[in-house]
Design a protein around this ligand. Sequence first.
Ligand code: GLA
Length: 387
Amino acid sequence: MDITYLTEKFYEKYGNRNNKPVLFFSPGRVNLIGEHTDYNGGFVFPCALNYGTYLLIRKINGNILKLSTANFNEDVETEINGLFSNSGQKWINYPLGVINEFLKRGIKTGGLEFLYYGDVPNGAGLSSSASIEMVTAVALNDFFNAGFSALELVKMSQKAENEFVGMNCGIMDQFAVGFGKKDHAIFLNCDTLSFEHVPIILKDYYLIITNTNKRRGLTDSKYNERRGECDKAVELLQAYKPIRNLSELYTGEISLLEKYIKDPVVRKRATHVISENGRVVEAVKVLKNNDIIRFGELMNLSHDSLKNDYEVTGFELDTLVYEGRKLPGVIGTRMTGAGFGGCTVSIVRKTDSAKFMSDLSAIYQKTTNLVPDFYQPEIGEGARRIG
Ligand code: GLA
């Protein structure tokens, strides 16, 4: 990112070169394994990316918030006059939702000018929204000496997304973005929020993200439908054990589901969550033993389960994954994020990576009429002040 260019844009927009804005950055994230487990109290294994959201911000006199983005033309000016309410589907809801969380906790922000710039593709399942939320939260926390811990900022951002934006997500994205560490993934227990940074050493392999570039129209409603099905499974399983969430069951108990859950759809959803938790635990273990091949196999199994049991993949993601697996040097490939579109994440031998991208691109275009994008990310640090 060219910071000089962004600063210039800031001055063009807001003037007054004598009052220098401060720069913050928050990454996007990619989840390596552990999908649709976070809101079920389970395990996830995401890492922060070197792509994300930059925010230049400065205080001004008065009571006006000016929010703008260098990505597209959609500026907003609004007076702080009590709590904000949702302003439709605009990007502006992410920062406003976070600002609200600060206001609710008695932090008076006063006048501010914001300029955002994101280089993580939005709507691609790489948490561009959590990235905007967390960059805002970290900036306000710093600017107003609010003294919230990183975990509180993560929870405030999740609340902004749940209550203000209206997307009932779990905690994974905001946590990954907040607690990212260079060259490490985060092994997080979403029930207790205890976590461990695990080094990602891929040696002869690259992490490659492929964007389906399919618009994820139905994601939110399907996401909520899955959450409802999981709640239903928990309710039915009370006849077996007094559990709070599906992650209290072990893979050895999957065979018992048939007895308690008669609806095959609800049973499949529970099967995915329980088996996925098992895969995350094994994935972390094999990674610590440098067994990248098995790690890749577990990624493949995760996708199969998301396709067959959780049913959140779809034609485009499946095309990338199942065609990708046929190519040389691909040891693991799966969808990442909520699904229904968005991205896949793959582990590909370095020497085969160029061919992987060109061959997969050709097959995907022929099959779907869509052009995919490829990213070779680095694993970066979490949200922070950078200048
Ligand atoms: C989205 C949500 C996360 C998580 C994933 C699926 O990214 O924001 O909380 O549920 O989907 O694993």
